[in-house]
Design a protein around this ligand. Structure first.
Ligand code: SAH
Length: 450
């Protein structure tokens, strides 16, 4: 039996879905953060479970050829990036294998997945950042929560964010210091500023600054608006998001406009989208265009189809495909996102799309019982995947094809296995890297009715 603090020699032979290297010792799987496949390591065991243990690198005896020198000083503490220490080629290989092994292990599929589509940009690709702001022992901090903690790792030069976000963040923090704006303290539930949320349109350049506050006013807000507009001429929207709840959820429900419009506009796949702060929008613009292109190919549209876009957000997938089908129906649970979707159809002159706000399971059940027969259903659920009830109703509508877009290949594999039992065969699957340097990977699956 392995003991805590025991030092072992081992080789890393694989990578777990959360970005830890894995090897075996005495028949036990040992997970080691910050390692690379092919590393020969001396490892200190830090935690022993019944079936597996966790270790920490004591010494790299022989480095993996995948290794490069990490280019971020805080990546190990911040936990946002898992692959700063390996080449991008290696990262893509690991991600290809995650998706392949999840399909095999969780879904029992033997289909070989197509080669992963790399992200056009590996740095500065994010169009959204949510920086928690806290007063800690080192003073005012803004950055990212360290994994599984409420501690903010101060980070002002995150390589995943565009440079302009860093400049805006610094400007907000300087303003906060100058006017002695209070900072939220979650244990006391006191203090005003909780998060700085920034979003920008990669094609339009339009930028939103949203301050999440524990209150409904911001002191010297006219001055704040002037200062921000001075700092970045592309800012078109400055808003307060009111969140007075003691919760880990970042955004509250209410919005107060301080300047401009309550949304930004961006273009994706040639369609112009209004995006309110509460509406989901893929964080990697160029990666998302590739993703939607692959999804459209899998959908095999000819212009005659009725397409149901379940979990449609601001309507991005359905509206980018509307010119290639007869009708689009979109369903989404966030009311602001549906308002965006409706206005997005109108502003692009798209008349063959309708949207409604509902829970996917209820909407699918209703559509199925009304006898709606979509030819194609696109499913793009959040990380937890689809409820079994959604999949039941989807199969009941008996579309010819289902395209699943997923940011979690474990739940994707599970859901595809349920669809297999409901009469749908997986034809194709392709991983798409939307989140370089992190352990996250997107994937698209094409299924057809048997
Ligand atoms: N297809 C969109 C959004 C995908 S993200 C795009 O590509 O931009 C997943 C979406 O599912 C989010 O907009 C989220 O608000 C929505 N969602 C989450 N749970 C839901 C549910 N139970 N019913 C309907 N939509 C839901």
């Amino acid at each position: 039996m392995m003991q805590k603090n025991q030092i072992i020699s081992m080789e890393i032979t694989g990578m777990s879905h959360d970005g830890n290297g894995v090897g075996h010792f005495d028949g036990m799987a040992v997970f080691v953060p910050d390692s690379a496949v092919g590393d020969v390591l001396s490892v200190r065991i830090v935690k022993v479970n019944r079936t597996h243990c966790y270790g920490r690198i004591e010494q790299i005896v022989a480095p993996s050829p995948d290794r490069i020198s990490p280019d971020c000083a805080v990546s190990r503490r911040c936990g946002g990036c898992k692959f700063r220490h390996v080449s991008y080629e290696a990262e893509l290989r690991y991600k290809q294998e995650f998706v392949q092994s999840n399909l095999r292990r969780i879904g029992g599929f033997s289909l070989e997945v197509e080669p992963i589509a790399p992200s056009p940009q590996q740095d500065g690709y994010r169009n959204k950042a949510q920086y928690p702001v806290r007063l800690q022992k080192d003073g005012l901090c803004a950055g990212f929560f360290a994994p599984r903690t409420h501690e903010v790792v101060d980070c002002h030069n995150c390589r995943l964010q565009p440079q302009k976000f860093e400049t805006i963040l610094e400007t907000v923090l300087d303003f906060v210091k100058k006017y002695e704006i209070t900072i939220y303290d979650e244990t006391m539930g006191k203090g005003l500023l909780r998060h700085v949320y920034l979003r920008h349109g990669q094609e339009s350049g339009e930028t939103m600054v949203c301050l999440v506050v524990n209150g409904d006013k911001f002191p010297h807000s006219d001055e704040l608006v002037k200062t921000l507009l001075n700092c970045d001429q592309q800012i078109v929207s400055i808003i307060l998001n009111v969140n007075t709840q003691n919760t880990n959820v970042i955004m509250g429900g209410a919005i107060k406009l301080l300047y401009g419009k309550p949304f930004i506009t961006d273009t994706l796949c040639g369609v112009s989208f209004n995006l309110s702060p509460l509406a989901f929008y893929q964080v990697n613009h160029d990666g998302a265009q590739q993703l939607y292109q692959i999804a459209a190919d899998y959908a095999g549209l000819t212009g005659k189809e009725i397409l149901l876009d379940l979990y449609c957000g601001a309507g991005t997938i359905g509206l980018s495909m509307a010119h290639r089908c007869k009708q689009v129906i979109g369903v989404e649970i966030i009311p602001e996102a549906i308002e965006n979707a409706v206005s997005n159809a109108a502003k692009n002159g798209i008349r063959n799309a309708r949207f409604f706000c509902a829970d996917a399971a209820k909407a699918a059940e209703r559509l199925a019982s009304e006898g709606v027969r979509p030819d194609i259903i696109v499913l793009d659920p959040p990380r937890k995947g689809c409820d079994a009830a959604v999949l039941q109703s989807v199969a009941q509508m008996s579309p010819d094809r289902i395209v699943m877009v997923s940011c979690n290949s474990s739940t994707m594999a599970r859901d595809c296995a349920i669809l297999r039992d409901l009469g749908y065969r997986m034809q194709k699957c392709r991983p798409v890297d939307l989140f370089p340097r992190t352990n996250h990977v997107e994937a698209v699956v094409g299924l057809c009715r048997v």
